[in-house]
Every structure is written in C-alpha cells, then in structure tokens.
Design a binder for this molecule. Structure first.
Ligand code: PRX
Length: 649
C-alpha cells in the first residue's frame, strides 16, 4: 500500500458532474432510498413502457430473486442508436483504428451504425434467428463486432461473444453450452501484424458441435474453406438486407447477453445479464466514472477503452454504455506494442483522445520499455485515465500518472467483475482524492463489506473477503442453464451476501484496496482463468496422470500460471514434454492459458482424505518457502521436499 494521496484537482472539483459533496449526498440517498434513487437514475433510459417496481431483490436462499425495473419495456439499441439520430446522427460514434497504422481508419456515424445494425438484424432474422435465440460471436476488434452484438439486441436475440483468442475447443464448449446454432466470425483476425485463423477455428469447432449457419466477415481476404449451405459471406448478405428493422419490445428482465467466465470449479459459467438494469447501470457508471459529458464547444470528448469486446469491459464500456451516452470513441484492433511501443500514445495523438481506459498489464509491459516511447508523443489531449481488470501496483500507477498523464490526469482505478456488469468500487474524478493502488470508494447503490471467515461483517479498518450485501441494477441474474450454480457460487459461502471471490483491505479513510482473488481463480494479464480449467486441459494429455495449477507472481502479467504435473509411470519427464504440454494447453484453451512454469512432480501434497493442499503449492510457486505452515496432516510429507528441490525458477 502506498501512503500517497492525490487531491482532486481544482478544475475537476469545479466542473465535474459529481464533486465530493454530491458524491456523499447521492451515495447516502442510494443506500437510504434505493427505490427513489434508481427511479431517478433510470430516467436516463428511454422506456417504451414505464416500470412499476424499481427493485425487488433478495439474496436469501428461501426467497432468492433479483428483479429490477419490473414492468418496464425498452430496447437497448433504441437507446444506443435511434434516439441519437435526430441530434447527433452525423456525429462519429466509432473511430476504428486498424492493427496496422498504415491501413485506413474507418469513421462510422450514429446514422451509419444504426443502418448497419438494422440491416444485420434483418440478416439474422432471415436466417431464422428469433427473440431468445443464442447467437455466438467470434470476431476480432472490428466495428462488425459491435454491429453484430447490437443487431442481436435489436431483435431480442441473446449474444454470446467468445474472445477471438480462444481455441476451437473452448469455442465449441461455449457454443454447445448455450445451444447456439449460428456463429458470426471473420476469415482471420489481425493482431500485431499476425493473422489469427478465426474461420479455421470455427470450422474445427463445428466438427464437434452442429451449427446451422456461419456468417463470415472478410477481414484479411485469406483463403478459407467455405462449407456450402452453412457458410455465408457478410457483405453478400448485408447487400440485400433492408435497413428498416423495428426494435423488439423487451422486458426489463429479458436476457441481453451471455458471457462465459472462469470460476473456481468446473467449466466456465455463462454469466447472464438482462436488459433494463444493465442499461441503467452501465450508462450511469460510464457517465460518472469518466465524467462523460459534452465539452464547452458542445462536442463529445473522444473516449477510448482499449479492452476487447470478448471481455465484459468491451461489452459494457466499448459497446453499450458509450453508445447509450452518445460518445465518440476509438475502437482499436491492435496491440500496445505494434508497430512499436508508442502505439497507444500515437493513437491518442492521432484521434485526440481525452479519456483513456486500459489494463495494468499493458501499462506494466510498456513501462518496462522506457519513458521515451511515451514522452516523444504529445498526449496533450488526455484529461482522464482509467485502469481495470486487476490490481494496479503503485509503481505502475505512478508511471501512468507521471509519465503518461504528465501529472495532469486523474486515474480512475475501477474494480468490478463480469458478474457486476459495471464499475462497483471506483474513484470519481471530481470527487475522490486518489490513493495509488486503491479502487477507493463504492459506486452509488453498492454496499461493500469485509467479512471474517464466518461471514461476520467487520467494522472500520480491516481486511478479509469482500462481499456486497445488496443488489445493484447491473448484477448478473443467473448462470445460463444452471440457476442453482448461480446461487451456490455466489450466495452460499456467506449467506445473504454476494461473495466476490476477492480479498480486500479497507483503510481508516474507508478506502478499499483489492488484494486479489482468494478462490481458485487466477488473474493472468487481467484475464480470469480457472485453475481447474487448466488442470483438466493438462490431464487430457496422454502422458499426464495428475495436475495442480496455482498462480505465481509475474512482473507483467500480474499473475502467471504455475502447473505441477505428475506424469504416468512409463513417461519420462523431459524438456520436450514440458514444451509439448505448454503447446497442448494453448491448443486446448488458447494462448491466454499458456503455463509460465511447469514443474514435474512425482507426488502432489495431499491430505489423508486425498485433497490437494493448494496452500503449499501456492507458497512454493510464490517462492515463499520459509513458512509452509503445518504439513503434518499430509498423507506423505516427504513429497514437499521433492517439490522444494525441483521448484521452477
Ligand atoms: O480480482 C478482481 C479483478 O478482476 C476480477 C474480475 O475479472 P473479470 O470478471 O474478468 O472482469 C474484469 C474486468 C472488470 C475481479 O474479481 N479486478 C478487476 N478490476 C480490478 C481488479 N482487481 C483490482 N483492481 C481492479 N481495479
């Protein structure tokens, strides 16, 4: 923890939507009079029919339910597109910056976006997609990803975006789980100059699960296999489609999307978000956290969230919230270090970005390359910086503040999760003095608490598991197809409360400091990975009999993946096998699951009842071996000596 405190700059206190007094007043009201607070905030959305009940929620097992804005009818795309046409139809909604800066930038106005969304919605309809059907989207960071998502929402279909870095197997599992029979993809993706064979991956996934239609965008023009009767070309089907598509009338609680995320156990869960609460929550948080409003000249500030649409940050803060709020935003196809380490800052200068939101892992990687890549660019347009996805260490925070933001720009360190839909604990730039590394204070309507291991709420400065004791509008509503898993995962550990899976400290000023996951989830470069998923990928290899995976500290990724692998008796533990296993996991899950270290272990530390003692494995991976704790309950304490002797550096 750092002791530094950065007061709110005077011009922010004066001009921001929320100053410190307003924050306190609004926060208090959001807790004391939740119904009144949210009734007012919900007016930011155009409701086709008004809701009759603001909030009807209970986290108790006997009466477990979460419903917001019941009776309300809306369409989120009418809010993100149609309502802007009259006032800002010709305003640029999306500035698309391609992977390679020498390719042409695309600028898409609200009118054009509306037209293309309506067209693509008609394409989906013509392929038999109806309200409630699931549509899988496996696209790179191109405007068509947003168009596809919005086209689904237009007709009430439920999109399931699968990050384009996932393997064919991971894609097939997600298609199967939500029984979607249509996939939208591209021939190839492009990242850092390297092609990613998306269509070939879809073909491989389709060998495992039956899909009726594949719509393919041509991004690179690569030679790909076309399966007749199943595959159709994006441009061809769009050409003939009408741009008139009325927005489907959706109930506030109708599903909007499914997004798969990793948990402690089992396969990734389909996190389901619904329409009304998500629209209110994401647009409100986006407006207040980024102080998003017209500049003095009436123009909307250029906003850039560098997250991929394959993750929740891309859903909430690239696609839905900025468009609902009428933003002009940059959508970036590439990576921070291509063609060189100045790319982010050059894009900021090129498009005069005022608000920039990125993950600490990218900042740490760039910080390592030296300041000159940053300082040779102007960045004068920047006013506000954001961070998301993992704890930002004070060194990276300082660099972001001092070098990137020239000490001028506040940093909003936003803590939230796929499950929470939007920012939960975060500074507001005009209201909150900043402490580097702290996500600071709760957003309106959020009641965080820190509990002890028995679920007793702790007062004052303390640390422990972080829970949220009451519902907020953007909360996930279920695990798709498994409502019981939803309850068991989040509401069973500490009855009556939502358990975040994170550990947290609260200091004497009431600031929250997220310390990281305390369950079997690791956060690799801001991406969630379930240790169980990597383990099951490893044991699927013929040579492996058992595997245990834990997190390890990693300078750039935040956490790396450390795997202990027991091979079959007749297998030799060679360097070749190690390399082969790394490749295997990449193939099974995708490059984000690449193990950083594999240690061959003839035995794993197990209790007499056969449970692996992960605490010991974590300590060895972290090289914190001076105090391994009590090992006397192990069935065979001598395995620890072998593990220590063969620790991977
Ligand atoms: O551990 C927390 C970490 O990321 C987890 C959620 O991951 P995901 O669902 O993929 O969503 C990431 C983008 C919202 C959390 O449980 N996390 C996220 N933001 C922060 C963070 N940890 C510390 N500080 C943050 N600002």
């Amino acid at each position: 923890m750092s002791d530094a405190l950065f007061p709110v700059p005077a011009e922010w206190a004066e001009h921001a939507l929320i100053d410190s007094a307003t924050y306190l007043e609004k926060y208090q009201r959001s807790i004391d009079d939740a119904a009144g607070f949210w009734r007012d905030e919900a007016q930011r959305i155009d409701w086709i029919e008004p809701f009759h009940t603001v909030k009807d929620t209970s986290f108790d097992e006997a009466d477990f339910h979460i419903r917001w804005f019941e009776g309300g009818k809306l369409n989120i795309t009418a809010n993100a597109l149609d309502r802007h046409l009259e006032t800002r139809g010709d305003q640029v909604a999306i500035i698309w910056e391609p992977d390679n800066p020498s390719e042409t930038v695309r600028k898409i106005t609200y009118r054009e976006l509306h037209r293309d969304v309506c067209r693509f919605a008609n394409v989906l309809k013509s392929r038999g997609v109806k309200k409630g059907d699931r549509v899988t989207i496996y696209l790179p960071m191109v405007p068509e990803a947003a168009i596809s998502m919005l086209a689904c929402a237009r007709i009430g279909a439920v999109h399931s975006v699968v990050f384009a870095g996932f393997s064919p197997d991971a894609l097939a599992g997600r298609i199967e789980d939500c029984q979607s029979n249509i996939v939208i993809t591209a021939d190839e993706g492009l990242r850092g100059g390297k092609p990613i064979p998306l269509k070939a991956n879809v073909d491989a996934a389709c060998d495992k699960v039956a899909v009726e239609t594949v719509i393919m965008l041509r991004r690179t023009g690569a030679d790909v296999q076309i399966v007749s009767g199943r595959d159709v070309d994006w441009t061809e089907v769009m050409d003939g489609a009408s741009s008139d598509c009325p927005a489907e009338l959706m109930d506030a609680e109708d599903p909007l999307f499914i997004l798969y995320t990793s948990g402690s156990t089992g396969k990734p869960k389909g996190v389901l978000h619904t329409t009304g609460g998500y629209a209110v929550w994401t647009s409100m948080t986006h407006q207040y956290v980024f102080d998003y409003k017209p500049n003095a000249d009436g123009k909307m500030p250029v906003y850039w969230c560098a997250a991929d649409v394959g993750w929740v940050t891309g859903h909430s803060y690239v696609v839905y919230a900025p468009l609902i709020n009428g933003a002009t935003q940059v959508m970036f196809e590439g990576v921070p270090n291509f063609p060189d380490h100045s790319r982010f800052w050059e894009v900021i200068d090129k498009h005069q970005v005022e608000i920039f939101y990125a993950a600490p892992t990218a900042l740490r990687a760039l910080m390592r390359e030296g300041d000159e890549w940053v300082t040779k660019t102007s960045r004068k347009s920047l006013r506000l910086l954001g961070s998301v996805g993992e704890p930002i260490n004070p060194e990276a925070w300082d660099w972001y503040h001092r070098v990137v933001g020239d000490r001028r720009c506040p940093i909003v360190d936003t803590w939230w999760q796929t499950e929470t839909g939007g920012a939960m604990i975060t500074p507001l730039p005009g209201a909150t003095a900043l402490k580097p590394g702290s996500a600071s204070k709760p957003m309106f309507g959020v009641k965080p608490e820190i509990v002890d291991n028995d679920g007793n709420i702790q007062a004052g400065a303390t640390d422990g598991p972080l829970v949220i004791t009451d519902s907020w509008p953007g909360q996930m509503r279920t695990v798709y197809g498994d409502h019981d898993r939803f309850f068991q995962t989040y509401f069973n550990t500490f009855p009556g409360m939502y358990f975040t899976g994170d550990g947290c400290k609260r200091d004497e000023d009431g600031y929250y400091w997220i310390t990281g996951r305390i369950d079997d989830v690791i956060n690799v470069s801001g991406h969630r990975m379930g240790t169980a998923e990597v383990e099951s990928a490893l044991v699927a290899h013929d040579s492996v009999s058992e595997a245990a995976v834990v997190g390890m500290p990693h300078d750039i990724k935040g956490q790396g993946i450390y795997a202990y692998v027991t091979t079959n008796a007749d297998v030799e533990d060679t360097e070749d096998l190690r390399a082969e296993l790394v490749k295997w996991v990449r193939k099974e899950i995708g490059p984000i699951a690449t193990p950083d270290a594999i240690q061959f272990a003839p035995g794993l530390p197990k209790t007499r009842s056969g449970k692996i003692m992960r605490r010991i494995l974590r300590k060895i991976a972290e090289n914190d071996v001076s105090n391994l704790g009590d090992t006397s309950t192990l069935a065979d304490p001598s395995v620890v000596d072998d593990l220590l002797a063969n620790r991977k550096k």
